[in-house]
Design a protein around this ligand. Structure first.
Ligand SMILES: [Ca+2]
Ligand SMILES: [Ca+2]
Length: 232
């Protein structure tokens, strides 16, 4: 064979092999992405969507405090919604019946109606922060504690005024769209988020725990009240 032609053929074959290698890598990557089960991909998307919603809800609660003045001119946070109409339940300034935990009052906040698994967000607020007769001051202290587990050996956040959470993909203990409540969780850490007390759990999801939790840190709330001129 003519050496020039042979050289061309050889170089052409080399180029093809390089190209093939690139194609193989791309195909391998595509196969790898398909190997992650569709359900897992959907779950990841749902968690991301719900995390984003919780971040928006936290901002909305700060905005609510900045735009609502109690009878004494001080700011206050909303009461929970206890009858599934999206509106807070308040009587004579205080949360109706002294109930400080229920659904997030999504209609009052203009967002956060459901999480990605079609359950309501749960909301708990400290009474000293939710009174529309006497609002809160810079000296007010939240009484909620966010812990790393139900034993609460490690506190993640203390003196928290308000907590919002999604019960995650398993939806255990969540307020559902039928106005009722899903069966209670069996996991001890998840149970801590349904027992209507002042201790709540936020942790990386594991076999039993998949709740997504956010809260209004007292420092952030107070800073926002000062910068918006609501509190001296
Ligand atoms: Ca859960
Ligand atoms: Ca609890």
């Amino acid at each position: 064979m003519n050496p020039a032609v042979l050289r061309r053929l050889t170089s052409a074959r080399g180029f093809t092999l390089t190209e093939m290698a690139v194609v193989l890598v791309i195909v391998a990557l595509l196969i790898a992405s398909l190997v992650i089960p569709l359900s897992a991909q959907q779950d990841i998307r749902a968690r991301q969507e719900t995390e984003k919603a919780l971040a928006d809800i936290r901002e909305a609660l700060l905005g609510y405090a900045a735009s609502h003045a109690a009878g004494d001119g001080k700011p206050y946070l909303p009461c929970p919604d206890t009858d599934d109409d999206g509106l807070e339940n308040r009587t004579a300034g205080a949360c109706t019946g002294g109930i400080q935990e229920g659904r997030l009052p999504w209609a009052d906040l203009g967002l956060g109606r459901n999480d990605a698994w079609n359950n309501r967000f749960r909301y708990r607020v400290t009474a000293a922060f939710s009174n529309s007769t006497a609002g809160f001051t810079l000296a007010s202290a939240g009484n909620l504690t966010v812990c790393a587990d139900s034993a609460c050996a490690a506190t993640i956040a203390g003196n928290v005024p308000a907590v919002v959470l999604s019960h995650g993909a398993n939806g255990a203990g969540a307020f559902n769209l039928s106005g009722g409540t899903n069966p209670a969780p069996t996991d001890a850490n998840e149970l801590e988020n349904t027992d209507s007390d002042d201790t709540l759990v936020s942790r990386t999801s594991d076999a039993g725990f998949d709740d997504l939790v956010t809260w209004v840190p007292p420092t952030v709330l107070m800073n926002r009240m000062i910068t918006t001129g609501k509190l001296p």
